[in-house]
Every structure is written in C-alpha cells, then in structure tokens.
Design a protein around this ligand. Structure first.
Ligand code: ADP
Ligand code: ZN
Length: 297
C-alpha cells in the first residue's frame, strides 16, 4: 500500500511517497518560505498521487505529517494540527493539518511533531526498533525531543519541550545563553547557534577545538541525565547537525555516567554505547516516521 509523507521543517519540506515497509519510492524537497508560496507546491505533489485516473494501487491511501513546532497535537483541540507560536512569524498559527485536509479531500491524515516523527521512524525501523520507551533528541538550529512511553508518542498538555530544560551553568562558563525566552536553557547553551555565538565561529569550524566539545558534552549530558531520570527511556537517540561531531558521543556518555553517579544501576547504563546512540536511518528517520504516521492513520 502507498502512503504520502511530509516532513515539514523550518528550512525545507520533504514530500515523499512510500510503502508500509518504510521504503521511500519518490521524494521531492521544497524549500520553506511562506505558507502562501510553500503550501501550493506541497499540495500539488500529493494531489498528483491522488488523481482519480490512477489505479488504486498507485494512489496514496493516507498522509503522515511530521511538523516543526510547537504544534497542537491534541486531537480534541479546536486548533489541532496548527503550528503555534513559532519564531518563524509567517507560520505562526498556520493550520497545517487543516490546509492539507481541505486540499486533499477525504484521506486519513496522521499528524505529530517532527521529533516524535523521527523517533517513530527509529522505533519502527531503526535504532529503537522494538522498544516501548525511547527518546529522540535533535541538536541543531534548535533542540527538540520526541518521546514514546509505553509504545505511545508523549503529548499530554502539549508535547515535550525538553530543548528548554533549564541548565546549571558549568563552573567557569559565563556565556549568557542564546534562548530569547530562558537564556541559559539546553537550547540556549548547546544548540548550533549557541555554539557559534559563544565561540565566534560556526560549530562546524570548531571541530579541532577540544574545549568546545568538552563543554558542549557537559550540557548535553546534563539534559540527558534529567531526561533519563524523568522518563526512564530504554534508549536515547541523538541526531541533528551538531551531533555530526561524532566525538561528542563518547564525551556525552562519560558525563552522563558521571552525573548519574551510580545512583541507578541498569543494564542500559552498563551498556551505555548502545543506550546513547546515533540514529540508524541515515537522515531518513523523519520522513520514514511520517510514513509510519500515515500507515497508522
Ligand atoms: P535544523 O536544526 O535547522 O533542522 P540541523 O540539524 O542540520 O538543521 O542543524 C543545523 C545546526 O547544526 C547549525 O547551527 C550548524 O551550525 C550545526 N551543524 C551543522 N553541521 C555541523 C557539523 N558538521 N558540526 C557541528 N555543527 C554542525
Ligand atoms: Zn529556552
């Protein structure tokens, strides 16, 4: 069976068609500008896969949307499927789900955050396959976390926003923090733009500066420790541009163990290389997660 999948990001929109096995059969990338410019191109892509003249087995049967946030994921809400107070002004309060439903007619549509989508992809076909409780954290322009608990994406009053956990300052670090709302939160201290602001160069150009990654790892490990103590995941997957610095993984693991300080003893913490790991789907976790959202819808 064919499904449509949309990974809606702040810089690009990935539209794809795939099947129930997570195989992507076609893909198109549209850069994100304003809804007026971007949405017609997305609609055109999926409409072509719903053309009544197509045989049924060439038509998409449902659509999955994994969307940048914050978004309203509460199904009983009047604004379900809307993008909320994003810093991308043109998209603030934009009814993403409704716009696509209105344009595409009567097909089931699944909707979740981009990070829950990535985690769903990893939990179905990747690094968290078979696990009931896991988290996915992206460390890039922003920091976001998706979580599944007892097999279900965590929503609740909104959805997790663990990118804004308040950090304890590492002794000797006086950087004010980059988050307009909190200053020194996780995103404010450890996102790509925070690294650039703190050290005066893009993160990528700091690869040979061990002090950058020591400090970065301490903030990531602080957040991961709070998250693992709170949600008790069986696995923590780290993705996003900043984690391209693969030396971060061993540093983060070391500091997580240091901060947990033997307070808990689990097989996961004893096997920390597996517990804290990169995504396994090579950058396709988001779009494959959207495919899974479609299949579930
Ligand atoms: P986004 O978060 O916008 O979806 P990314 O996950 O690619 O996109 O994150 C972009 C951020 O990651 C930028 O701030 C950039 O500085 C940082 N980044 C990208 N590539 C690298 C790299 N190789 N090493 C360190 N930081 C990187
Ligand atoms: Zn913040």
């Amino acid at each position: 069976m064919l499904y449509g999948a949309l990974e809606a990001g702040g810089t690009k929109m990935i539209c794809a068609v795939g099947n129930e096995n997570g195989r992507i059969l076609d893909q198109s990338v549209i850069s994100t500008s304003t809804p007026d410019e971007t949405m017609p191109a997305i609609i055109e892509y999926f409409k072509a896969r719903l053309d009544p003249s197509l045989p049924d087995d060439e038509k998409i049967q449902a659509l999955g949307i994994a969307c940048f946030g914050p978004v309203d994921v509460r199904k009983d809400s009047k604004t379900y499927g809307n993008i909320l107070n994003t810093p991308k002004i043109a998209w603030r309060n934009f009814p993403m789900l409704k716009t696509l439903k209105d344009a595409l007619g009567d097909i089931p549509v699944g909707f979740d955050t981009d990070v829950n989508g990535s985690l769903l992809g990893e939990a179905t076909w990747g690094a968290a396959k078979g696990l009931s409780d896991a988290v996915y954290i992206t460390i890039g322009t922003g920091i976001g976390m998706g979580a599944i608990s007892a097999g279900h994406p965590v929503h609740g009053m909104l959805h997790p926003e663990a990118g804004h956990l308040i950090m304890s300052r590492v002794p000797g670090d006086d950087y004010k923090g980059h988050c307009p709302s909190h200053g020194a939160c996780f995103e404010g201290m450890a996102s790509g733009p925070a690294i650039e602001d703190r050290w005066g160069k893009p993160a990528k150009e700091l690869a040979d500066k061990p002090e950058v990654w020591e400090l970065e790892a301490k903030y990531i490990a602080q957040a991961l420790t709070d998250i693992l103590l709170t949600l008790s995941p069986q696995k923590i997957i780290l993705g996003g541009g900043v984690m391209e610095q693969s030396q971060l993984f061993s540093l983060v693991r070391k500091y997580v163990l240091e901060y947990v300080n033997d307070y808990i003893d689990t097989k996961q913490l004893r096997n920390i290389n597996n517990f804290i790991s990169p995504a396994a789907l090579n950058g396709n976790q988001g779009i494959m997660g959207a495919l899974k959202l479609a299949a579930t819808a």
